[in-house]
Design a protein around this ligand. Structure first.
Ligand SMILES: NC(=O)c1ccc[n+]([C@@H]2O[C@H](COP(=O)([O-])OP(=O)(O)OC[C@H]3O[C@@H](n4cnc5c(N)ncnc54)[C@H](O)[C@@H]3O)[C@@H](O)[C@H]2O)c1
Length: 339
């Protein structure tokens, strides 16, 4: 089997590449990435030593480059992880989110149709469902929850999902979609909550927490997510949407306090900053459908996953310290400097 993994130099895409190379050593993987600020080729250093893996630098909105790639490689499966993924950045500059997340998806699906790729999988997010109230813990997102987006990021991801379903219905694209809750684990770019807090803790820098830190997210260990995507993409469930969640709701402030405690740092490092515009209060996924259909369930308890993640950031300081210099620093100042 030959698989195209787009966004392969990003957090989940890279973890997926490693999961596949480990689990299916006979499969060939082409990892594609535009290497935006969020893509880091160093993350794929080990994969690049494997003859079954090949890296292609390309932009998914570049129709000519994508067409040439699909013409040259007979893919059996395309999995689209490539995206602009940070909500805060989508509030600052929505345009690039619409280009990559919507038009890039269109370009990939057009190529998949033209070259008759047997399977296309779209990696989406629970953010397409909007948010849930804090005082209704009984409510969870199911695959039937209406799309109701809050940020340019989630609107762009929802648009891609709708386009994908339209390609399935109109052109017969053999597609599946998965919508996942917040991931954590190795190789996550240090602008996202957990790696940002770990990095700041280690540098004894303030930990910026939006509002009162009461927003609730459903955290899933990235390898569990990769396993779920693999199951869906290799299943016979064409046309289905699957929610993927960790059964693990936590407030942002509890996560931050847990990281401080694990690293032996004082809570006085917490700095509350003006809340994000349109900040969703609570995400919570009901993953019953994927459990019933495909036998998937989250395996990593948060207590174990967070220890593993903190250990990874402690032993891979080179990886993230190089990132936290340069362009990223200027962005960080802009987002949090005067709040
Ligand atoms: N991280 C999460 O918690 C989470 C949760 C649910 C869904 N998702 C979805 O999972 C996917 C991967 O997320 P992530 O956290 O790994 O994101 P990420 O930002 O770490 O990685 C995205 C990758 O896509 C690449 N990319 C961006 N624009 C591109 C373009 N035009 N062409 C080719 N490559 C491009 C970037 O260089 C980067 O390597 C995204 O589609 C995201 O919406 C993420």
């Amino acid at each position: 089997m030959k698989i195209l993994v787009t966004g392969a130099a990003g957090f989940i895409g890279a973890n997926f590449v490693y999961y596949e190379l480990g689990r299916f050593p006979d499969d060939e993987i082409v990892g594609l990435d535009a290497l935006t600020y969020a893509g880091n080729l160093e993350t794929l250093d080990e994969a690049l030593k494997n003859p079954k893996f090949k890296f292609v630098k390309a932009d998914i909105t570049d129709a000519a480059a994508i067409d040439a790639l699909f013409a040259a490689e007979a893919f059996d499966l395309v999995i689209n992880f490539a995206a602009e993924s940070h909500v805060d950045r989508s509030i600052e500059d929505p345009g690039i989110f619409l280009r990559t997340n919507i038009l890039g998806t269109q370009v990939l699906m057009d190529a998949a149709l033209k070259y008759k790729v047997p399977r296309y999988h779209q990696v989406s997010t629970d953010e397409v469902y909007g948010d849930l109230p804090l005082n209704r813990p009984d409510l969870l997102f199911t695959e039937r929850t209406p799309i109701h987006t809050s940020s340019p990021y989630s609107a762009s991801k929802a648009s891609a999902d709708l386009l994908c379903q339209a390609y399935l219905r109109t052109f017969g694209l053999p597609a599946t979609i998965s919508r996942c809750s917040n991931n954590y684990g190795p190789y996550q770019f240090p602008e996202k909550l957990i790696p940002l807090m770990i990095a700041n803790c280690l540098a004894d820098k303030p930990l910026p927490v939006y509002g009162e830190g009461l927003n609730v997210r459903d955290w899933l260990y990235v390898v569990d997510h990769c396993k779920a995507i693999d199951l869906v993409a290799r299943s016979d469930r064409i046309g289905e949407v699957y929610n993927i969640g960790g059964h693990n709701e936590m407030t942002n402030i509890d996560i931050v306090k847990l990281i401080l405690k694990a690293l032996g740092k004082p809570e006085s490092l917490i700095t509350y900053v003006t809340d994000r515009k349109g900040h969703d209060m609570r995400y919570a996924i009901d993953p019953q459908k994927i459990t019933t259909d495909l036998g998937w369930a989250p395996e990593t308890m948060f207590a174990d996953g967070i220890v593993r993640t903190i250990d990874w950031y402690l032993t891979n300081r080179d990886w993230w310290e190089r990132i936290t210099s340069g362009e990223y620093l200027a962005y960080y100042e802009k987002m949090y400097g005067d709040r």
